[in-house]
Write a protein that binds this ligand. Structure first.
Ligand code: PLP
Length: 433
C-alpha cells in the first residue's frame, strides 16, 4: 500500500474517531500530501525526533515576528520558538539586518571573524564561571566537547546525568534521556542531590563528569534549587569529577544563565540555541585552566569543525545575546506567569486537571494534578496529544509534550490572544476525552 493510500485511510479513521484530528486534517491538506511524499525519502519524513507527530507533522513555509505560517496558509502564534532558540522571534529586524550585511561578505572561511570575538567576549562577561569559550555547531556537539574535556582532564570515561535529562543526541546522553544506563552512562534523579551522591560514592573513581541541566527542559521544565547544584558541585569535586551545567536552553533565563540566577558555579558550561541568533550553534565555556586542553600549541584534545564560529552564526548570535537584556528577561518572566495563570483559570472552568511548571519564559503543562517526571510514559498522554493538535487548529504552535516558550517580540496582546486560543483548544480537548 502506498503511503498516500495509508494516509487517506488514516484520515477517514481519524475523522471518524476525533473531531480535533478531523479539523487538523481538513485545515492542513497540503502538509498531509507533502509529508506523505517525504516519508519516501526520510525516515518518518523528518530529520529530528520532535519534528514528527501524529497524524503527520506540518510543513511550514515561513515565519514573521512571533508567527509561523504553514504551506496551507494557516498562521500560528509561535509558542515554541524552535525549542527556545528564537528568543527574539523568527525575523527580528536587528538580526536580519546584521545577517544581510554579513552574507554579502561570504558565508564561511577558515580563519577568525570579528563577530566571533564579540560574541565570545559577551559570553565571558555574562557567565561568572566562564573565562573562555569554544564554539561548536550544536548543543549536541557542545556536549561532546564538554565530555572530551572532562575525559582529558580526569583520565576517566563515565558520565553521570539525570534520568530523562537531555544533553543532545550523543550516544552517552541519549541513553540517559531514554532512562537506559549504558556502559558509559550512570543515572540519578534530577533535583535529588542524595541520589547523585550515592552514585558518586559508589562509582566516583570512574566518573569524568556530572552533567546537569539548569532546568530539566525535555524532562518537563523541572527546576532544582541552588542547594541541589551546590551539593552536586561539592560531591563531584570530592569524587574528582567535573560539574557540567547545561545552559543550552536556560541561558535565556538570566544574564548569567540559570547559574547566575542561582549563584552556583559550573566547572564547564554548555551553551547553544539563542547564542546563534536562530542559526545552528553550540559552545562550551570554562576556566582558562580547563580550556587550556584545547590550546593549539600543546594540544591535549582534538577539537575542530568546518563551520565552527562561522561569520553568519556569530553575527546573528552576537546581536541575539546583546539584545537579550535584563528588562526583556523580566518582561518574558511576567508573561510566563500570565500564561500559566490564564491557562489554569481556563482549565478550572472546564474541570480539567492542569499543572504547569513555569520558569521565566519556559513552561510545560500537564493535564494531571502533578507534573510528570517521566515524559515517555505520562499519564496524561491522550490529553496532551489532543491539546497539541487542538492548539494548531486554534492557531497556536507549541511542543507536542506541552512545552511553551516565549520570545521578546511577544506583546501583551499577543500573549492574551494566544492564551485565549489555548483556552479554546482546552475546551476542544475537554469535549473529546
Ligand atoms: N542540551 C539541552 C538542555 C537541550 O535542550 C538541547 C536541545 O534541545 C541540547 C543540549 C542539544 O542541542 P542541539 O539540539 O543544538 O544539538
Amino acid at each position: 500500500m502506498t503511503s498516500l493510500q495509508q494516509l487517506a485511510e488514516a484520515s477517514v479513521r481519524n475523522a471518524e474517531s476525533s473531531p480535533i484530528e478531523s479539523t487538523y486534517l481538513a485545515k492542513t491538506t497540503r502538509s498531509a500530501s507533502l509529508h506523505a511524499k517525504a516519508v519516501e525519502y526520510q525516515p518518518s519524513g523528518v530529520s529530528r525526533l520532535v519534528g514528527y507527530w501524529e497524524p503527520y507533522p506540518l510543513t511550514f513555509a515561513r515565519g514573521e515576528g512571533c508567527y509561523v505560517f504553514d504551506v496551507d496558509g494557516n498562521r500560528y502564534t509561535d509558542m515554541l520558538c524552535n525549542y527556545t532558540s528564537l528568543v527574539h522571534g523568527l525575523t527580528y529586524p536587528p538580526i536580519q539586518e546584521a545577517i544581510e550585511r554579513s552574507i554579502g561578505n561570504g558565508t564561511a572561511w577558515c580563519g577568525n571573524n570579528v563577530a566571533q570575538y564579540a560574541l565570545a567576549e559577551q559570553l565571558v562577561n555574562r557567565i561568572a564561571s566562564v573565562d573562555q569559550v569554544r564554539f561548536t555547531n550544536s548543543g549536541t556537539e557542545a556536549g561532546n566537547l564538554a565530555l572530551l574535556i572532562a575525559r582529558a582532564v580526569t583520565g576517566r570515561y563515565k558520565v553521570l546525568m539525570a534520568r530523562h535529562g537531555y544533553h543532545g543526541s550523543l550516544l552517552e546522553f541519549a541513553s540517559g534521556s531514554m532512562d537506559q544506563p549504558g556502559p558509559a552512562t550512570l543515572l540519578a534523579r534530577y533535583g535529588d542531590a542524595d541520589s547523585f551522591k550515592a552514585v558518586l560514592e559508589e562509582h566516583g573513581q570512574d566518573i569524568a563528569a556530572v552533567f546537569v541541566e539548569g532546568v530539566m527542559g525535555a524532562g518537563g521544565m523541572q527546576q532544582a534549587p541552588a542547594e541541589f547544584f551546590i551539593e552536586l558541585k561539592q560531591a563531584a569535586s570530592k569524587a574528582g569529577a567535573l560539574l557540567v551545567i547545561d545552559e543550552v536552553i536556560t541561558f535565556r533565563l538570566g544574564l548569567g544563565g540559570q547559574q547566575g540566577n542561582l549563584g552556583v558555579t559550573a566547572d564547564l558550561t554548555m551553551l547553544g540555541k539563542l547564542i546563534g541568533g536562530g542559526f545552528a550553534v553550540g559552545a562550551v565555556g570554562a576556566s582558562r585552566e580547563l580550556m587550556s586542553v584545547m590550546d593549539s600549541r600543546s594540544l591535549k584534545i582534538m577539537h575542530s569543525g568546518t563551520f565552527n564560529a562561522n561569520p553568519m552564526t556569530m553575527t546573528a548570535g552576537d546581536v541575539s545575546v546583546r539584545e537579550l537584556t535584563q528588562v526583556r528577561i523580566d518582561t518574558m518572566s511576567e508573561q510566563g506567569l500570565r500564561v500559566a495563570a490564564g491557562l489554569k483559570t481556563s482549565a478550572e472552568k472546564l474541570g480539567l486537571p492542569l499543572t504547569i511548571n513555569q520558569c521565566g519564559s519556559l513552561l510545560n503543562l500537564f493535564f494531571s494534578d502533578d507534573a510528570q517526571d517521566n515524559m515517555f510514559s505520562r499519564t496524561d498522554n491522550e490529553a496532551v496529544t489532543l491539546f497539541h493538535l487542538a492548539c494548531f487548529n486554534r492557531g497556536v504552535s507549541l511542543a507536542a509534550r506541552g512545552m511553551i516558550v516565549l520570545s521578546t517580540v511577544m506583546t501583551s496582546e499577543v500573549i492574551d490572544d494566544a492564551v485565549s486560543r489555548m483556552a479554546a483548544a482546552m475546551e476542544d480537548v475537554a469535549a473529546e476525552i
